[in-house]
Design a binder for this molecule. Structure first.
Ligand SMILES: [Zn+2]
Length: 187
């Protein structure tokens, strides 16, 4: 296991207990600690999104549907069927689903633009869409594949692909607790 801060090694990166994650399935996530960087890192499995519920593939499928249908409201209806209940046991309204899908579409577009900027030689001709990246990477699991491609930089990459601070309204919000960082905190 390589330290994401020190891929060259030598920093004493080691296992540091576990934390529990409840969604989309109960999981124990291994926590690692880098003494040199005084940073803990949660080893989230490749298929899980970081900081939000669900898998990367769930997010990708929802956004791919939106790209296909072209309307947030129409595709919200398609990706989360009526009758589904939310955390508070209230039926999920079309409005709520539309906002849910809108957030995911925004995350994915931002992520794909950032990746294209990071690897201009790979993605210079790609549009920041799932369809375009699927064609470029020849895969139906773009986000999982990108997590592998960007594995050295995930600490600095915003969620749900990476484990970095969230970017909101163009500003990076910092963790209140500088010592422990919030990178590995479950949602
Ligand atoms: Zn390290």
């Amino acid at each position: 296991m390589r330290c994401p801060l020190h891929p060259e090694g030598g920093c004493g990166f080691h296992k540091h207990g576990y934390y529990e994650r409840k969604t989309p399935m109960p999981l124990k996530i291994a926590r690692m600690y880098c003494p040199k960087g005084q940073t803990t890192v949660g080893l989230i499995p490749d298929f899980l999104a970081s900081h939000i519920t669900g898998t990367l593939q769930d997010i990708e499928e929802a956004v791919a549907t939106y790209e296909l249908l072209g309307s947030l409201t129409d595709s919200a209806d398609a990706v989360r069927p009526p009758g589904m209940v939310g955390d508070n046991e209230e039926p999920v309204t079309l409005d709520a689903t539309t906002r849910w899908l809108g957030r995911r579409a925004k995350w994915v577009t931002g992520t794909l633009m950032a990746v294209a900027g990071m690897f201009p030689q790979l993605f210079s001709l790609a549009e920041p869409t799932i369809q375009s990246f699927r064609a470029h990477l020849d895969t139906e699991s773009v986000l999982v594949e990108l997590r592998r491609i960007c594995s050295d930089r995930l600490l600095y990459f915003p969620y749900p692909l990476g484990f970095g601070p969230r970017v909101e309204r163009g500003r990076i919000s910092h963790c209140a607790d500088q010592q422990s960082t919030c990178r590995d905190r479950p949602p």
